[in-house]
Write a protein that binds this ligand. Structure first.
Ligand SMILES: Cc1cc2nc3c(=O)[nH]c(=O)nc-3n(C[C@H](O)[C@H](O)[C@H](O)COP(=O)(O)OP(=O)(O)OC[C@H]3O[C@@H](n4cnc5c(N)ncnc54)[C@H](O)[C@@H]3O)c2cc1C
Length: 458
């Protein structure tokens, strides 16, 4: 049996920096990876998708050349082999970087293989038993494949397998109208595919406010993406040249026939093959590892970080999990998950930057609140760029004057949202932003103007 100060299972967004922290503190650590170094974000998530979104954006702008005063000699045609090669290069660089940096750490043993618990302080990998008093699970998640009718009869794509696609699907049917599905829908439309989004719910990105869902729908439909909502009982069937997705929506034909289908209907944690029962670690009904506010499981000495604990589903939440665990351990800090403010982006173009509560959540909380909404078409910077879709929306607590939540759907929305987020972390009143002098011409310079339009919640 080999002994370490710490064992880390998985090299997602939390495991590698945690290994570096142990190494830096002069401790021994073993880190185990069964597949690709860097996990989802690096190989099949954020990095490759945002790289492809950039290719799609470039093609889109080229097609709009006449509006900006230039012409392209022929039709803009996307070469998917080159798009994939660019994506592979960017993503591959990160994947290599994670592996190399781990292998370069002092006192760090990098092991390739599938880890399983043998007890609350031992893990088996490649028939070898490793022991540590501290074990950190950063096992991540994968695409959910629901047991829908016909699922075993057809070929379908997921966020992982679509990474290997180096051709243009004639008609991509995206099942799932949420964050992952919509990014792929818009990029493939811009690459040149016909695209249909099939969503079970009554609107896209159902966790967002209705005005956000509606504006996103309009943006996508304006680019020729077909959207089928209320698809109550989706099933799949093989066709000669593709797949039929049965949608049974109230409106429109009952089937959408596409050349390819992408399933983007949620994520599930990689916890069923960790033998967690041998360590006595509890999971919830959906398989997420149950953790407390400092990410410790019910078993002392075992922590769970990242997507597998159900406390976040983003790279930044996983990395923040690492910071919480490491600072509490090495700095005797008292950082907690409940200290963080919800924040994320949807990377369609224009992007949606979100922080804090939605209007619906604020209403439910019963607070007295004020709201301001401002169209992007009145933002000078957006107008100059010719990218005027979307709006800025900010909600403020009427009593404390602190910002409760915001949505910026528009050019630069993923960046500008941080102005509001940081003021929220500072627990400062919104008037701090109103009095700040911002740079012209930017989207952020309009935040004081937007805040001057606050009105009581309807
Ligand atoms: C298409 C897509 C786009 C996304 N875009 C964004 C975005 O723009 N911004 C954002 O913040 N988030 C995005 N996300 C989410 C983000 O990728 C994840 O939240 C992030 O990767 C955090 O993952 P993690 O640290 O929990 O683990 P992961 O990155 O999932 O890594 C877990 C690792 O553990 C390994 N592993 C699992 N079980 C074992 C075992 N038993 N033994 C050994 N190794 C094991 C896996 O092989 C994997 O490498 C996106 C996700 C998808 C699917």
């Amino acid at each position: 049996m080999k002994h370490f100060d710490a064992i880390i299972i998985g090299t997602g967004q939390a495991g590698p920096p945690l290994a570096a922290r142990f190494s830096g503190a002069g401790k021994t650590v073993a880190i185990i990876e069964r597949h690709k170094f860097g996990g989802t974000c690096v190989n099949t998530g954020c990095i490759p998708t945002k790289t492809m979104v950039a290719s799609a954006y470039a093609a889109h702008v080229a097609r709009r050349g006449a509006e900006y005063g230039f012409s392209v000699n022929s039709d803009v045609r996307v070469d998917m082999k080159r798009v994939k090669a660019r994506k592979d290069a960017v993503s591959g660089r990160s994947n290599k970087g994670v592996e190399e940096s781990l292998r370069g750490l002092k006192n760090c043993t990098v092991i390739r293989g599938h880890a399983r618990f043998e007890s609350s302080s031992t893990v088996v990998v490649n028939d070898e038993v490793l022991q540590a008093d501290k074990i950190y699970v950063n096992a991540g998640g994968r695409a959910s494949i629901p047991e829908m009718l016909g699922i075993h009869d057809v070929a379908f794509l997921t966020n992982s397998s679509i990474m290997e696609v180096d051709f243009l699907p004639e008609h991509l049917v995206v099942v799932g109208g949420s964050y992952v599905g919509l990014e792929f829908a818009q990029m493939y439309r811009r690459f040149g595919s016909e695209v249909t989004v099939v969503e079970m719910g009554p609107r896209l990105i159902g966790r967002e406010d209705e005005d956000v869902s509606q504006a996103v729908r309009e943006i996508l439909e304006a680019e020729g993406i077909h959207i089928r909502l209320d698809a109550k009982c989706i099933s799949l069937a093989k066709r000669d040249h593709g797949v039929a997705v049965h949608v049974t929506c109230e409106e429109g034909p009952p089937d959408v026939v596409g050349s390819h289908v992408l399933l983007a209907v949620g994520r599930i944690p990689n916890t069923s093959d960790l033998a967690l029962d041998k360590a006595g670690v509890k999971t919830d009904q959906r398989g997420y590892i149950v953790v407390d506010d400092q990410l410790q499981t019910n078993v002392p000495g075992i922590w769970a970080l990242g997507d597998c604990n159900g406390r976040g589903a983003f790279t930044h939440t996983s990395y923040n999990d690492y910071e919480i665990v490491a600072d509490n351990l090495f700095k005797a800090d008292h950082r907690r998950v409940s200290d963080r403010i919800q924040a994320y982006a949807l990377y369609i173009d224009p992007p949606l930057g979100r922080c804090g509560m939605t209007d619906a959540e604020i209403r439910k909380s019963g607070r007295r609140a004020m709201l301001a909404k401002f169209p992007m078409v009145r933002v000078g910077r957006a107008y100059e760029k010719g990218e005027t879709q979307g709006f800025i929306k900010i909600c403020v607590d009427a009593e404390t004057q602190q910002i409760l939540g915001a949505a910026i759907l528009g050019v630069g929305g993923d960046e500008v949202i941080h102005v509001l987020l940081d003021v929220m972390y500072a627990k400062a009143p919104y008037t701090v932003i109103q009095r700040a002098m911002h740079i012209h011409p930017t989207v952020a310079e309009y935040l004081p103007t937007v805040l001057s339009k606050l009105e009581p919640f309807a």
